[in-house]
Design a protein around this ligand. Structure first.
Ligand SMILES: [Zn+2]
Ligand SMILES: [Zn+2]
Length: 543
């Protein structure tokens, strides 16, 4: 039985009851979200330069984080899933080998070669090369125009200063094979003659920093190695890079990957990798054990400046100096040069020995599930993937952020001042412990790199290519005329403009646009089904 008090008197509602009802604006927002309409559309004015016709176009904000715009973030995630799916099981090379130059291209290249030889002869003889340099620049333009990429003489500018330590990475203990340019995995034949081409789903983690419980909280926070946790997160992308190099070396071909980086509950980054082709568990174990990244940075063992006693910016030299002695701090390049052949790297990052690997067949249920894993957290910042609910979880985040506070995040990090070294490209206002670098921030947990790492020959397409694939499919199915972008001029509409739409009205337009596109999409799908049905009945008749 309903308590009488909860029945509102007819025709009258209390203030509390009225406030409990959603506002219309909230409802518009909810409807927009349901239909996948962008919540913060950008207004553009489009002018047809031939007819002078002007119309308003709302384009999605394109945010990738759900915090900012859930529908756009969801779309971005789906696009990544499509990209992952498309490249994973390819059976033909996505980027065919380049054809030999045609006659026109060859002609320009020959002339370019002659001009170069002539110029270098003139330079050697101490003659003026201005005219020949101009000719070479013109020929380079012609070569580009003829459709060739890159530069015939890439080494012509900036002689690089060679520094041995910066690139010194000891060779891993792995068999070395010459890498062939193919990117497709092996094909296997079943006894019944069917062939299949398995690919892999692999997860790599960081090593242990101390025992953690189910909730990812260290059992003994005092002995948990937060410094290593911080450093591994900072250098995780470089370590991943080494792993791919070693994988390619061992497998002997140009292995392709689609990888996403996200935190585990203990807040250490791990990487999920879709790999085209397979690799045995034994080989994987060997590669992971042999993979490391040496950080050749100056030592941070001794704190030179702390508290209020900090280096001072010296405007005339554009450098920091020691507040007591007035001497300039060591320059970044000099500090690197001072690392001798017998010194140890500042840090060596490695993966944990534990990994997860499984073979995945094209189009299988497993493939779909793995793509779900790969893209699961892409709409969130690293620090928001696992919400700290309890006190100990909060404390764990705090301790990691504190460990990251004074770790140098990059050669330009303000923290170098703490260890008595000018950061690379020094600028005024740097304070150790307050570096603005992304890696130090709570939402990034030490990893400031890209969340999705895709190799160049994964699908042979950029995200924009994948996006326009979908659009092209829709316009083709609906038989819409393709609009020629050359005929339009686009401008952003500013708040003071006469045709400016305030956010609330923009949102309604965005909803209306989506409703229109949903109908169009349904219509396109119906037509695609009809086409398929026609084709099937045609083949049926032919048989
Ligand atoms: Zn949006
Ligand atoms: Zn920093």
């Amino acid at each position: 039985m309903i308590a009488p008090a909860s029945i509102p008197a007819a025709g009258r509602t209390t203030r509390a009851e009225r406030l409990a009802q959603p506002t219309t604006r909230e409802a518009v927002r909810a409807v927009a979200e349901n239909h996948g309409a962008c919540l913060r559309p950008v207004q553009l004015r489009r002018t047809n330069t031939r007819t002078g016709e002007v119309d308003q176009v709302l384009i999605p904000c394109g945010a990738t984080l759900a915090d900012i715009c859930p529908p756009c973030a969801e779309r971005a995630k789906n696009l990544r899933a499509a990209q992952c799916r498309e490249g994973w099981h390819l059976d033909t090379e996505p980027i065919p080998p380049a054809p030999p130059p045609d006659e026109v291209q060859a002609m320009w290249v020959e002339r370019r070669a002659q001009a170069q030889a002539e110029r270098d002869r003139a330079a050697q003889a101490g003659e003026d090369t201005t005219g020949l340099d101009e000719l070479i620049a013109d020929l380079d333009t012609e070569i580009r125009r003829s459709g060739l990429r890159g530069n015939a003489d890439p080494g012509q500018t900036r002689p690089r200063r060679q520094r041995s330590t910066r690139r010194r990475q000891d060779a891993p203990d792995l068999p070395k094979r010459k890498i062939s340019p193919h990117t497709i995995g092996k094909t296997y034949a079943a006894p019944d003659g069917k062939t299949f081409r398995p690919s892999m789903f692999l997860t790599l983690t960081c090593p242990s920093y101390g025992k953690v419980g189910e909730d990812g909280i260290p059992v003994d926070p005092d002995s948990y190695d937060y410094q290593r946790a911080a450093r591994d997160a900072l250098h995780f992308a470089a370590l991943f890079d080494r792993f791919i190099q070693n994988l390619r070396r061992v497998l002997g071909h140009d292995v392709q990957y689609f990888a996403t980086i996200e935190p585990q509950k203990r807040l250490a980054p791990h990487v999920h990798i879709a790999i085209r082709g397979t690799v045995s568990r034994a080989e994987l174990r060997q590669i992971i054990a042999a993979t490391y990244h040496q950080v050749w940075w100056p030592s941070t063992d001794t704190v030179r400046f702390d508290g209020d006693d900090l280096p001072i910016w010296h405007e005339p030299s554009a450098r920091y100096l020691d507040p007591e002695t007035g001497e300039l701090l060591t320059d970044w390049d000099d500090a690197l040069d001072a690392i001798g052949p017998h010194d140890e790297p500042m840090y060596v990052a490695r993966f944990g020995v534990r990994f997860n690997a499984q073979g995945v067949l094209a189009g299988s249920k497993d493939a779909g599930r793995c793509i779900g894993y790969l893209t699961k957290y892409l709409t969130k910042q690293l620090g928001d993937c696992h919400h700290p609910n309890t006190g100990p979880q909060h404390d764990h985040v705090d301790r990691l952020v504190e460990a990251l506070r004074f770790e140098p995040c990059s050669p330009t990090c303000a923290n170098w001042l703490r260890y008595g070294i000018q950061p690379k490209n020094p600028r005024p206002g740097l304070v150790p412990g307050a570096c603005k670098g992304k890696a130090h921030r709570r939402e990034h947990l030490g990893y400031a790199g890209r969340r999705v790492l895709v190799s160049r020959k994964w699908s042979g397409k950029t995200l924009a290519d994948h996006r326009s694939d979908r659009k092209a499919w829709l316009t083709e199915m609906l038989g819409l005329p393709a609009t020629d972008p050359a005929n339009y001029r686009w401008e952003t509409v500013q708040p003071g403009d006469e045709d400016y739409l305030p956010p609330a009205r923009r949102l309604m337009h965005a909803v209306a646009d989506r409703l229109y596109w949903e109908q169009a999409l349904a219509e396109a799908r119906r037509r695609a089904r009809d086409v398929l049905a026609d084709e099937l009945s045609a083949t049926g008749r032919a048989a």
